[in-house]
Design a protein around this ligand. Structure first.
Ligand code: SAH
Length: 228
């Protein structure tokens, strides 16, 4: 692994200009697709997505598509990342955030550039470690990575102002609802019906309870129980 680092760094420097330009194009596309939150667009423009995918896929890092990151998992599509974060933000700050499903760490980096504090949890040890390596050079001081089953949330850091799931839950995760602060929001892909249909759902917690809003149909990898 460490033997590969220098080559990777040279390569990164080499495509630096291009990636900045392609990133600007990605942001233009997000705007065309209806993402209007300038703060989210700026954060997406600032995070070098190519650092989070394997070198062989780096040239495709700014396409609006999910890409494989190994272990049967994917890095989320830029539009979906922007859309979910924009929904969480609407008219307020993200505050303290919990992300379930760190994967390669891309979305965690975008969140950390916007939030006060971010906790991100991953159940596959190798991905958790890869995310740590990917994120090292970005030096995000307000981001903490945890290895574990995110279905249980992160009791020691709760309550959270924002919770975001990067994997589709089979049903509304009650433990995570309990870890949501009053006035907080959670966004997640939720499986609907028996088929493998999924929909983004936004949950808002007020003094009076929880309200759920169903948003777009989506396609995420499944939330799985236990550590791997
Ligand atoms: N946030 C990533 C997306 C990763 S894909 C990005 O920026 O692109 C979703 C991730 O959720 C996978 O890495 C998968 O291993 C993880 N995952 C699935 N179930 C989980 C669980 N119960 N707890 C923590 N992570 C989980």
């Amino acid at each position: 692994m460490s033997a590969l680092r220098p080559g990777r760094n040279v390569n990164v420097a080499g495509i630096g200009m291009t990636s900045q330009r392609t990133r600007a194009r990605m942001v233009e596309r997000l705007r065309d697709q209806g993402i209007t939150d300038a703060v989210v667009l700026e954060a997406m423009a600032g995070v070098p997505r190519h650092l989070f995918v394997e070198e062989a896929l780096a040239s495709r890092a700014y396409e609006d598509t999910a890409l494989p990151i190994g272990y049967g998992q994917t890095i989320s599509q830029p539009y979906v990342v922007a859309r979910m974060i924009a929904e969480l933000r609407q008219n307020r700050e993200l505050g303290k955030v919990l992300e379930v499903g760190t994967g390669c760490g891309y979305q965690a980096a975008v969140l950390a550039s916007l939030a006060t504090e971010v906790y991100s949890i991953e159940r596959i040890r190798e991905l958790h470690e890869r995310a740590r390596a990917n994120l090292r050079e970005l030096r995000l001081k307000n981001l903490r990575l945890a290895y574990g089953d995110g279905g249980a949330g992160l009791e020691k850091a709760a309550p959270f102002d924002s919770i975001i799931l990067a994997a589709a839950a089979p049903e509304m995760p009650q433990t995570l609802l309990r870890q949501l602060a009053r006035g907080g929001r959670m966004i997640l892909p939720l499986r609907e019906g028996k088929a493998d249909a999924q929909r983004l759902v936004l949950v808002e917690r007020s003094r009076l309870g929880f309200t759920e809003t169903a948003l777009d149909p989506v396609r995420f990898v499944p939330l799985q129980a236990g550590k791997a």
